[in-house]
Write a protein that binds this ligand. Structure first.
Ligand SMILES: Cc1ncc(COP(=O)(O)O)c(C=O)c1O
Length: 457
């Protein structure tokens, strides 16, 4: 029988996270204070985050020890298995070898607990009593809810309204783990009320939900805010995915020519790809592809600029690819990919030609999700279908060119709570959304007056 899974034991689990900031070809530009426009110091971030996480955010140390208590709880779902997708290869009749890292084995069903656990732990150590956050499809909110429950921290989640209505089960998961979940924009915060005044029917966006969560955090000394993607410390925590995958690809006797991840804020993509990206920085030929929806084309159509992380301009300005903090994407089912910005680390690596961004329409991603489910069995989160669709495109290209490529993608989460989206596809009720340039230009107008990074595009 052929090997299907490459499985590590708890003892093989990496003991340190990898921080690519130690190895970036171009150093990152600093975040800027939302009021003064000057580089942010650690004290500027202190009302939002605990100091131990702020230290990680600015760290250029290559390896960061994973605390014993975090390792202990990682062991609930880590190490995660690496699979060889023999059945998908056969369906596609491709000479390509396809591997995927299964991050859907966590109790919350996605990669998000890898950082939720670390963030809850560091907050606990710092004495935080309550954490607020935003969530799109509910994957991040449910991950944080679970990890806060492990450490006895209160958790409050602002969930983007369109997803709150589309995905009631994720809200129930959050409540099961003891969190309080509110549809955003809400009447509970000044930010929410100001948005609702202008547009009472707003479907919400991640940028709006972040404004609400940050506002609630800064109004109480014992409350902090947690972000599920975008920031450097999140990318560091997620590196455990790629570090395990390096060991597992070795077990399989292979090395990827192509690495693929879907990218909302960039964390599951970076988590898998960054430990391999070090080899690319050192000269190895790897095609590292970040996939986004055509209806929210942050990397492929957004400039590299300074922008706020949220709609109401409370967060520091980050140097990143962005569509503007007022951009509201079409209500596609991949709620976790509906974010106007991209992680500064990923953005910088695009400028340095280490990462190649591509965009894809919703219907092709669902078609890929069905092909995957009917060959490998697993039903994928809509976000994850973006990675699968590009893996399929690359495998078919390898067939056309007669090349035996090795493809590795991140299976970032299961879609068992996203079946309404699968139903919409099967009933012919899904559509692709063309995004007119004027809509992007209008949203970018709102950042025209902000400071510009040196490498502004
Ligand atoms: C399953 C899954 N994959 C991917 C993403 C995209 O987020 P990120 O780019 O931070 O990995 C999300 C976000 O919610 C998600 O739930």
């Amino acid at each position: 029988m052929r090997d299907k899974k490459y499985v590590l034991t708890e003892q093989d689990m990496p003991r340190q996270w990898y921080n690519i900031m130690a190895d970036m070809p171009t150093p990152m530009e600093p975040p800027l204070h939302p009021g003064t426009g000057q580089p942010c110091g650690p004290e500027d971030l202190a009302p939002i985050f605990p100091m131990n996480l702020i230290e990680q955010e600015v760290s250029t140390q290559r390896w960061i020890d994973i605390p014993e208590e975090v390792l202990d709880k990682y062991a609930i779902w880590r190490p995660s298995p690496l699979y060889r997708a023999h059945n998908l290869e056969k369906t596609l009749d491709t000479p390509a070898k396809i591997y995927f890292k299964n991050e859907g084995v966590s109790p919350a069903g996605s990669h998000k607990p890898n950082t939720a656990l670390a963030q809850a732990y560091y907050n606990k150590v710092a004495g935080t009593k309550k954490i607020t956050t935003e969530t799109g499809a509910g994957q991040w909110g449910s991950a944080l809810a679970m990890c806060c429950s492990f450490f006895g921290i209160e958790c409050k989640v602002f969930m983007v309204k369109i997803s709150y209505n589309q995905k009631p089960y994720r809200r129930l998961m959050m409540e099961t783990w003891g969190a309080n979940c509110t549809a955003s924009p809400s009447n509970e915060t000044r930010a929410g009320r100001s948005i609702l005044e202008k547009d009472p029917d707003s479907p919400g966006s991640l940028g709006m939900a972040i404004s609400e969560a940050v506002e609630e955090a800064v109004s109480d000394d014992n409350t902090k805010y947690a972000l599920g993607s975008v920031l450097n410390h999140v990318m560091i925590h997620q590196s455990i995915i790629g570090l395990e995958a390096i060991k597992q690809m070795k077990m399989a006797g292979d090395y990827p020519d192509i690495i693929i991840g879907s990218a909302g804020g960039g964390s599951n993509f970076a988590g898998l790809a960054m430990p391999f990206a070090l080899d690319k920085i050192n000269g190895r030929d790897i095609d590292i592809i970040a996939v986004e929806p055509t209806s929210c084309p942050t990397m492929t159509r957004g400039p590299f600029a300074y922008d706020f992380g949220d709609t109401v301009q409370m967060t520091p300005m980050l140097p990143m690819h962005t569509l503007g903090h007022n951009f509201v994407p079409a209500p596609i089912h991949a709620g976790g990919l509906r974010y106007h910005g991209m992680a500064p680390i990923v953005s910088q690596l695009i400028l340095d030609n280490i990462v190649r961004p591509v965009s894809i329409h919703q219907i092709e991603t669902f078609k890929a999700g069905f092909t995957f489910a009917r060959s490998e069995g697993f039903i994928s989160a809509p976000e994850c279908n973006h990675a699968i669709a590009i893996a399929i495109r690359e495998a078919l290209k390898a067939k056309e060119e007669g090349k035996e490529k090795t493809i590795l993608f991140n299976w970032s989460g299961h879609g068992l709570v996203d079946l309404a989206a699968y139903e919409a596809y099967m009933r012919g009720n899904l559509s692709d959304h063309e995004l007119p340039q004027e809509q992007i230009d209008a949203a970018l107008n709102d950042i025209a007056a902000l400071p510009k990074p040196q490498q502004a595009t």
